[in-house]
Design a protein around this ligand. Sequence first.
Ligand code: 2BA
Ligand code: 2BA
Length: 108
Amino acid sequence: MKLIIAIVQDEDAPGLIEDLTEEEYRVTKLASTGGFLKSGNTTLLIGVEDEKVDHVLNIIEDTCKTREITTSLMTVTMPGDTYIPYPLDVKIGGATIFILDVEKYIRV
Ligand code: 2BA
Ligand code: 2BA
């Protein structure tokens, strides 16, 4: 058994959850926030048998798109401690995925 932790963009989450549950995978959705952009993203926990991992990864790849966004996160410091935001292009990946071994999966 593996636990797939997938951090995806909010826009992709509903479609991905639908595709996964249609294929009878179980999913838990957590609302999360990226440390860099400080904006919302979605973390999905997907517990699956080892041999299903590749299939789940394919579904994630098919659903989640890479996007380039312009953010005004970065600032330049001006005299007098004034901060001026300037645009910064950031490429957000389709999904950031961690795969962990699960010691036990119990539903009581
Ligand atoms: P839900 O996904 O909202 O699922 C609620 C209940 O619906 C599940 O109870 C299960 O009986 C059924 N169910 C869910 N997905 C299904 C599917 N694809 N096909 C058939 N039946 C399905 P529990 O199994 O006790 O799960 C309770 C909650 O625990 C789930 O809420 C989910 O948030 C989480 N969960 C359970 N197994 C998981 C897993 N392998 N990976 C990630 N999260 C899991
Ligand atoms: P954020 O931290 O908001 O990052 C959004 C995007 O900003 C990242 O996209 C990356 O392109 C860029 N970025 C992040 N940190 C950076 C840094 N220190 N310097 C320069 N650019 C940086 P992704 O890499 O696709 O990540 C999307 C989201 O996935 C992240 O949102 C974060 O929530 C999560 N994530 C990515 N890698 C992670 C890791 N190793 N551990 C935990 N969470 C991770």
